[in-house]
Each structure stands twice: as structure tokens, then as C-alpha cells.
Design a protein around this ligand. Structure first.
Ligand code: FES
Length: 109
């Protein structure tokens, strides 16, 4: 599995998604509840960037129609979205704010 560095830990604000591209794939990186998650940045309902939505209770909300997706599983918790969004494994290397946040999009977790 290949991991790509997407940010330094200190660049990620709590509950504020950061949109990155990994090998051309849009990914939303979210730091919340003491962990960092990576979820595909496009809603499974329509072509909307999830990183523009709000984060709450370890889920990200699509701002257009309000479906929320669990950051651990990518599953929607309510309509209109019915399909999950891919989530990707994250690794943190190093310590403190300079620690590297790495994501692998070669395998969905
Ligand atoms: S576009 Fe995301 S819920 Fe409709």
C-alpha cells in the first residue's frame, strides 16, 4: 500500500476539512475527536465537495441536501444519499505539529 503525504498535522484545524488531491483523486482530510480521517471528497448523491460541509459527531455533512457520512466507514446516515463514499487509511508519522499525515488511496478501508 502506498502512502502519500498530504499535510502536516499542525495544518489541520479541528473539525475543518481540508481538500487535497492524491494522484488526481479528491480527498477530504478531517481532524476530529483526536483522530485524522480521509474520505473521498465527492458526495455519492451528486457532484458536491464534501469538504465544504460541516463536521460533527465523527461525520461530515453534505451541504447541498444534508446527508451525513460517517468518517470511519463512509456510510450515509440519512437520505437522499444511499451509497457510501470511499474512506481511506491514514497514518501519522512523527510527533507534534510537524508530524506528517499520510493517506493511501490504493486501498479503501
Ligand atoms: S449532493 Fe450530497 S446529499 Fe445530495
Amino acid at each position: 500500500m502506498t502512502y502519500v503525504r498530504v499535510a502536516a498535522l499542525g495544518e489541520l484545524e479541528e473539525d475543518t476539512p481540508k481538500r487535497v488531491e492524491v494522484d488526481g483523486t479528491p480527498v477530504s482530510i478531517v481532524r476530529t475527536e483526536g483522530e485524522v480521517f480521509a474520505i473521498h471528497d465527492i458526495c455519492s448523491h451528486a457532484n458536491v465537495s464534501l469538504s465544504e460541509g460541516e463536521v460533527e459527531d465523527c461525520a461530515i455533512e453534505c451541504w447541498l441536501h444534508g446527508s451525513t457520512f460517517d468518517l470511519r466507514t463512509g456510510k450515509p446516515s440519512g437520505l437522499p444519499a444511499t451509497r457510501p463514499v470511499p474512506v481511506y487509511p491514514v497514518k501519522i508519522e512523527g510527533d507534534g505539529p510537524d508530524a506528517s499525515v499520510l493517506v493511501s488511496i490504493t486501498q479503501e478501508s
